[in-house]
Design a protein around this ligand. Structure first.
Ligand SMILES: [Zn+2]
Ligand SMILES: [Zn+2]
Length: 333
């Protein structure tokens, strides 16, 4: 069964034209053209593209791990009443988009890292380095997955990056306790990806963040659920969709974000790591969010985007948005 419902997509040009308070188009609005050229995706404006009213999800990067998509890799911020309080993932290119979004390091309370592939964490040191230029002392919680033989845990990663005497960026070792001129104390912790239930990882101002292990091949990985007074946002990073309990973790989401990394005919190794459009559609149908946002596009999945969205829509009939760098998705009041 193939439905002919329109694809709703946000384009960077639309975001820039609409100015700093762009809202995602409401369900039922006309389809927007989804141009895939690099030129169309690259935000050109100097002014920050922000979504500063209420609570909103803003993508920093909507691309994947290969530089053939003209997009920053994975990352998103959650705006709460004008401040970007939460950062989820910091893949390559998100450092630039973080600044373009208008987010400020002094407003940041929580960083969640889904896993230690470069397209989800490579820009973390660059973003944290801004701590040299803050006034006053600030603190941020840094939460990521437990490790295994092939990947470090969050705490090990932090130590290998910033550990005094041995870290790759030892010159930023003051991040552990806001010393050496760095005005930010970063508190890393690990979440056991094999934990049977969700782990509460942050709470403040009525907002609660939970983490839950997701199957990304053999890579320890987490999804994040953000419960707010205005609704629930669930961000799935890379996963192959084989952990059925993810649906329970995501249930009740107003916004569900899922990667659109591969096609249905991808090879076995790709399907070991990533969910196909059919699986994304089935998960979205089971979760039944008010909207589905796609990110983590790669060269081929961009070329096949309309076809893949059509596959997803065979299962999930709510609005589907193809995210772009700096796309903004407010929770409705
Ligand atoms: Zn990955
Ligand atoms: Zn990835």
């Amino acid at each position: 069964m193939t439905r002919s419902l329109p694809l709703f997509s946000l384009v960077a040009a639309l975001a820039l034209a609409a100015g700093p308070s762009l809202a995602a188009p409401p369900a039922g609005s006309p389809a927007q053209p989804a141009q895939a050229s690099a030129a169309a995706q690259a935000p050109a404006a100097e002014a920050p593209v922000t979504c500063k009213s209420g609570i909103a999800l803003q993508l920093l990067g909507s691309g994947g791990p290969i530089s053939d998509d003209g997009r920053a890799s994975s990352g998103a911020v959650i705006w709460i009443d004008g401040k970007a309080r939460l950062l989820i993932d910091a893949g390559g290119g998100t450092y630039l988009r973080y600044g373009q979004s208008g987010a400020r390091l002094e407003d940041l309370d929580f960083i969640g890292i889904s896993h230690f592939h470069t397209d989800h964490v490579a820009d973390l040191p660059a973003i944290l380095k801004g701590a040299y230029f803050l006034s006053g002392n600030h603190e941020v919680q840094l939460v990521g997955p437990s490790g295994d033989a092939n990947f470090p845990s969050m705490t090990t990663f932090f130590d290998r990056e910033f550990g005094r005497g041995h870290g790759a960026f030892e010159y930023l070792s003051g991040l552990s306790n806001a010393s050496d001129g760095l005005q930010l104390a970063v508190h890393p912790s690990d979440v056991n990806v094999a934990s049977p239930g969700a782990t509460r990882v942050w709470q403040g101002d009525g907002v609660t963040v939970y983490a839950f292990g997701i199957p990304h091949g053999d890579v320890p990985a987490l999804a994040f659920r953000i419960e707010t007074p205005q609704g629930v946002i669930v961000l799935s990073a890379d996963q192959n969709g084989s952990r059925k309990e993810f649906v329970d973790f995501a249930r009740g989401a107003d916004i569900l974000m899922m990667p659109a990394a591969i096609d249905d005919d991808a090879d076995a190794q790709s399907r070991f790591l990533h969910a196909t459009p059919t699986i994304v559609g089935k998960i979205a149908a089971a979760v039944n969010p008010k909207m589905l946002v796609l990110d983590h596009f790669m060269g081929r999945s961009l070329r096949d985007k309309d076809k893949n969205v059509g596959v997803i829509r065979q299962f999930y009939t709510g609005p589907v948005y193809a995210g772009r760098d700096l796309s903004c998705f407010p929770l409705s009041h």
